[in-house]
Design a protein around this ligand. Structure first.
Ligand SMILES: Cc1cc2nc3c(=O)[nH]c(=O)nc-3n(C[C@H](O)[C@H](O)[C@H](O)COP(=O)(O)OP(=O)(O)OC[C@H]3O[C@@H](n4cnc5c(N)ncnc54)[C@H](O)[C@@H]3O)c2cc1C
Length: 438
């Protein structure tokens, strides 16, 4: 309880696809009405929906214009926002420890702090897993955070401008990109980069010809998109080849250098830009944190109520939660739709907890997976209760793909503001270039 107000304290760590929706909805329902004290802690000041990061990286989505300010969101929706990175947990004292925050000059602006809770929700997402492969950390770009995606965009833009201005022919692989990982993230990024390389030429960097840029994807499994039905993976493979993107399957990256990546069959793919999108894990600080049960990927093991197995007051959701999916005898996959569903579930469960009622169990509903190749095509499978799995492509697939983001915006802004945002987005799109050029 908050000593001053005697209110139940709910602390949510991580304001991403799941955590921010939960904080917003609980803030409106409980925080505003004074029924509980809701606090959101995030390592960043602003939020951007993670599935858009490959578009931020390619420059087709302006993160600056589309980001959400946590402080303002909290003020409007009845929760407190506290900036900082969680680094520890004391289950006895029911406190989380948050690391100091530094300015861009390295000056400490917020000291180390602790926040007490009665209920804690950990929603810190995931980070790339380099599996200890030599050179990945040093020589690859990642798409875990907005900052990384923005750095990627700057690097890409600068390399094109530099190549255009140089008074000597392009060097071999000077603009080439290799992406490790043929899952949805790697493929969507490749398609966006392909589109962008064409747009730069259209915007006047005419030395950047399609032949000057080779984009390659390296996937360890025998086919790309191993989680999707084979037909879709084949159709996507063919579409990527049609775009001139080189797809190499059945080869594992064993080393990355500042010149390119090497695979287990000793093939070397030279590239100036190397991207790692080949697997994720929950952040390292969660590993065995305060005696909670975690798995090999650092995920907190949770029960169907989303409570951690060893502490009833601590819940986890989204990518950092190892949540059982009994129908498939596996874990709920790390996807935005799972984080969204779990946030909606916890919205109800935390009210049940406050009222002393039994907690409902969460059941993952798989609505299918969609992969967007930007303007070229969107493919995927949708799951229906009666129809089973249906493969979709083209316009319908694109609409369903976009609807996931709209659901996120609806949870954060409500119907009216989401509609206004969509309209303003259309207006902006009609006057701004298709890519960010600064
Ligand atoms: C490029 C890309 C494309 C994707 N495309 C899709 C897609 O098309 N469909 C789909 O379903 N999924 C997609 N995903 C996966 C999807 O983004 C994640 O499954 C989803 O965002 C997980 O939500 P989350 O709430 O668990 O975590 P996140 O959305 O990652 O949010 C985690 C939050 O925690 C904060 N945080 C992290 N560590 C700390 C800490 N120690 N202390 C405080 N705060 C912390 C972060 O700043 C962040 O705000 C994609 C992912 C990427 C990278």
């Amino acid at each position: 309880m908050n000593d001053k107000t005697n209110k139940h304290r709910i602390v949510i760590v991580g304001g991403g696809a799941g955590g921010l929706e939960l904080a917003t909805r609980l803030g409106r329902k409980l925080g505003r009405r004074g029924r509980a004290d809701i606090t959101l802690v995030d390592a960043s000041r602003t939020h951007i929906w993670k599935p858009l990061l490959h578009e931020v990286a390619a420059g087709t989505f302006d993160s600056y214009e589309n980001q959400l300010e946590y402080l303002a969101q909290g003020a409007k929706n009845g929760f407190h926002f506290r900036l900082g990175r969680m680094e520890g947990l004391d289950r006895e004292k029911k406190e989380i420890q948050v690391a100091p925050t530094y300015s861009s000059d390295g000056e400490e602006i917020i000291p180390q702090r602790t926040f007490g809770y009665d209920t804690l929700v950990i929603a810190v997402g995931s980070v790339s897993n380099d599996f200890g492969i030599p050179g990945v950390k040093q020589h690859c770009l990642f798409l875990d955070t907005k900052t990384q995606a923005e750095q990627f965009q700057t690097r890409l833009l600068e390399s094109y401008i530099h190549a255009h201005a140089q008074n000597r022919p392009l060097e071999l692989s000077q603009l080439d990109v290799v992406i490790a990982g043929g899952g949805a993230t790697g493929i969507e990024l490749a398609a966006q980069l392909h589109k962008v390389s064409r747009l730069f030429r259209a915007y006047g960097l005419e030395t950047i010809t399609p032949n000057a840029i080779q984009i390659s994807i390296v996937e360890a499994a025998e086919r790309i998109l191993p989680g999707l039905p084979e037909r879709l993976s084949q159709a996507t493979h063919a579409e990527l080849n049609r775009l001139g993107i080189d797809v190499i399957t059945g080869q594992r990256v064993t080393e990355v250098t500042d010149q390119g990546v090497r695979t287990d069959s000793d093939q070397f793919i030279p590239a100036a830009i190397r991207v790692w999108a080949a697997g994720i894990k929950a952040p390292d600080f969660l590993q065995d944190i305060a005696g909670l049960e975690t798995n090999r990927g650092n995920q907190l093991v949770v029960r169907p109520t989303l409570q951690t197995t060893r502490d009833d007051a601590i819940f986890a959701l989204g990518d950092c939660a190892a949540c059982p999916w009994p129908e498939k005898d596996s874990l709920v996959p790390p996807r935005a739709q799972a984080a969204h569903q779990q946030a909606s579930h916890l919205y109800r469960v935390l009210q049940q907890r406050l009222n002393g009622e039994p907690l409902s169990e969460y059941h993952y509903r798989d609505y299918g997976s969609l992969v967007s190749l930007g303007r070229y095509s969107t493919v995927g499978n949708l799951m229906g209760n009666l129809t089973g799995s249906v493969m979709v492509e083209g316009f319908i697939a694109r609409m369903v793909y976009l609807s996931l983001y709209k659901l996120h915006q609806l949870a954060l802004f409500g119907f009216y503001r989401t509609t206004m945002l969509s309209i303003s987005h259309l207006f902006r799109a009609s006057v701004h270039p298709e890519i960010k050029l600064h």
